[in-house]
Design a binder for this molecule. Structure first.
Ligand code: ZN
Length: 260
């Protein structure tokens, strides 16, 4: 597993980049505030797949409640693997890094968010933002989060989400904001793909040599170790990218001055 901060920071960096690229005709992101909401959703969603690991910091985001949910996700994922495994897949004893680490989960999570926002509009965006920011804060500030009770962390997320209320337009932004969730999950998957264990990206749909839960990973020389130098370098790179982009998003005059 890549470190939580790397996942969250890469989600924020990719989220900010995508927010700036979305075409306005799609009802896209048009203001700096919307770009930050988009990035917040993506940063939190970049931790979502690890809800399948009750030991992960994100699984403690909402105290005992999220640990129960996390255990449920882990058991359910394990069940799905054992139901769908190919004849050469080993029996699965732990659901971590299985179902929630596939492209199908990335699409389903985005579709779920889109449907939710389509049905409930603004309150759904704020609700999702609150939930995902709780994960993002845990991911970005694991030490601070550990020092404080989960209620403090959750309260901080609630305050931020509440603050975003005035910035989120009342009109439906379903597909656009929903896509932030898929962007975040995909960023997480790419991060995990860079580690030795890899991820079953296309399982169980695409079989390979008798296996349905085969792992997709980068070639050995490119793979990185969690909390190792590669992981730390990625965290620094994504942090710099976030800072630069915040500058661009928050101050259009800066972009004009640079002639971009
Ligand atoms: Zn993961």
């Amino acid at each position: 597993m890549v470190m939580g901060p790397t996942h969250a920071m890469s989600g924020a960096a990719v989220g900010l980049a995508v927010a700036q690229m979305l075409p306005a005709e799609w009802g896209g992101v048009t203001t700096a505030q919307e770009a930050f909401v988009y990035a917040g959703l993506a940063a939190g969603a970049a931790l979502l797949p690890d809800l399948d690991s009750p030991q992960a910091t994100v699984a403690r985001s909402f105290g005992p409640l999220s640990q129960v949910v996390s255990r449920g996700v882990e058991n359910f994922s394990q069940g799905v693997v054992n139901l769908t495994r190919g004849r050469r897949d080993p029996r699965c004893n732990n659901g971590h890094r299985t179902l929630t680490h596939t492209v199908w989960f990335a699409l389903a999570a985005g579709a779920g968010a889109t449907a939710l926002i389509g049905a409930y509009e603004k309150p759904a965006v704020i609700g999702l933002l609150f939930f995902l920011l709780s994960l993002a804060i845990r991911g970005l500030l694991p030490e601070w989060s550990k020092k404080h009770d989960w209620i403090v962390v959750t309260g901080a997320a609630a305050a931020l989400a509440y603050g975003a209320w005035t910035f989120v337009p009342a009109a439906s932004l379903g597909l656009v904001m929903g896509s932030a969730v898929t962007v975040g999950v995909v960023t997480h998957l790419l991060g995990d793909m860079a580690t030795k264990a890899g991820i079953p990206a296309f399982a169980p749909v695409l079989p390979l040599r008798g296996r349905r839960w085969w792992k997709l990973r980068l070639p050995g020389f490119l793979s990185i170790k969690a909390s190792g130098p590669g992981d730390k370098a990625l965290l620094s790179i994504f942090s710099v990218l976030v800072v630069i982009q915040i500058g661009f998003v928050a101050s259009p005059p800066l972009i004009a001055a640079l002639g971009l």
